[in-house]
Design a protein around this ligand. Sequence first.
Ligand SMILES: [Zn+2]
Length: 258
Amino acid sequence: MNLTVLGGSAAGPNTGQGCSGYYVEAGGTRLVLDLGPATLPELRRHTDFRTLDAVVISHLHLDHTLDLGALRFALAYNPERPPARVPLWLPPGGRGFLDRFAATFAETGKESEFFPNVFTISEYDPAQPLIIGSARITFAPTVHYVPCWAIRVADDSGAGDLLYTADTGPTAELAGFAAGARVVIAEATLLEPTPEPFESRGHLTAGEAAELARTAGAETLVLAHLWEERGREHFRARAATSFPGRIELAHPGLNLTW
Ligand SMILES: [Zn+2]
């Protein structure tokens, strides 16, 4: 299993760092999880984006999806024509989201072909495993401001799974879903809880992210969805108080192989 971080910023890009996006190789299957602003340039450094096995989207917030538009142009107008359409897997409701996206950016009368020209578009059923090549992808609902799913990726190597929390608050029931994952990418948008009610808060503190990874028994925790204004190393320090394993701060090009 191989993970490359494409961004790692929270809702807005940090200096030289795009938002949410992860390139994953699972037993030779090449996936992208989320494709937020400014993640496509980093993806290009690591693989041929024209021949991905799938792009899988956790939820329909801009900071996890905006480069789908950039990827659409990069595929549609590339001088090296892609050999096939790229499979795009969206959460429930994703087709309507893409239709509205296309209605804004497509030329009049070409809305219906705008994304289908370059993507094979599907909505996944979060209750069912999604099998793509040698990757087995499962989903668990998070607590966020829109419907969102955490994503677990396994392959048949037995090397250990990748768990990506996507965006979530602390009351999502992710402990069982994350159990046994070897690498956990956990959002850690906050250093301290916000004044929101605990039950409906839609982001984690670094401490809560660390607790999730510790409970899962993970070997490595990648802290993600970070604001540089909060001081990146502060997130690591908070997480280190409860997670005993390896802690990495998400940044473009961070690579883990296991
Ligand atoms: Zn979000």
